[in-house]
Every structure is written in C-alpha cells, then in structure tokens.
Design a protein around this ligand. Sequence first.
Ligand SMILES: [Ca+2]
Ligand SMILES: [Ca+2]
Length: 179
Amino acid sequence: MASEYLTNKWKMWFKWLDINKDGKLDSKDMNAARERFVELNDFDAVKTKAAMDIFENWWKDFIFRGKVELSEEEFIESMNEGFKTDKDEFIERMRRCFQVAFNVVDINSEQNIDEEEFIVGFRTSGHENIELNKKFFEMYNPKKGLVSVHDLVESWVQFTTSEDMSKHDIVKAAFELGV
Ligand SMILES: [Ca+2]
Ligand SMILES: [Ca+2]
C-alpha cells in the first residue's frame, strides 16, 4: 500500500471529485462538473458539445477506468493498484490526466492560466469560494498574472503521486486552506 501521506492526498482528491458530496463518484458528478463548466463559460453549441465529450472521456479514462461508480475505498484501491503496479506508468497517466484537464481550463489555449480561467476551473468542480481560489492561484507565484499549464500539471502530479513529505505540496496546502 502507498504511504498514509499519499493515501490521505488521494482521499482529499476523492472529496474534490465527489461534487454532489454523496460519498461516491458516478456520472452525476461528471454531469455536474461539465454542465457548470459550460454555464460559466457561456459556450455556443459546438463548444458545448466538445466540452461535454472531453469531460466524459476524462472521467472514463482517468477516474472510472472501467467502473460506473466508485466508493472512496474503491477509488483509493484503484489509485494504489496503478501506483504499485508500475509507478512510472502511473506518474505518466496522472500527467496526461492533468494536462487534459488544464487544456480545458486554458480557454484561450496559450498553455498558461490567468486568474479568471483558474477561478472558472475550480468553480466547475463546485469550489465556489472565489477568495480561496485567488489565494490558491497566488500560491503558484504567477508571473505577469499567469501560471504555466506545465507548473499546474506538475503540482497535481506531485499531489497525486509523491510520497515525499519534505517537498512542499501546493495542492495539498490549498486543500488544507479549505479550497
Ligand atoms: Ca458523488
Ligand atoms: Ca489561458
């Protein structure tokens, strides 16, 4: 089993993904996220369809992985299995997972995220506290108001794969702030 430190971070991520807070991940969470995203961005029909497909595939490929519903325990098991079977492959999978996610958040496709995109991205997953989202954004030390998609992706890769407690973990710190 992965260390308690990493397992606890997976539990935090589970709570994050469980948008309707019913203790399981299923299509209701996915639908809530994508509908909110489309709503916040005021998309036309073509963009809406594209976003719907990307969200569906993201949940299928990176979260459900053959299941239609996951309890917290099942989610932790699934993460742990990937981590223990082939850690390098698991890290690469998480990297793809967050690259796809932040490509969606990066509305103008410039491979960097401004504060507005960041806030919309987090409001999509039910994190509506704008002041906390702004604090989270500031933790990345934005340059000229921008954080690169690369830095954001790597922070989430660290959050979901690193057992090294000595290394500052921005995502974990943000969750502990109450984001
Ligand atoms: Ca749920
Ligand atoms: Ca952008």
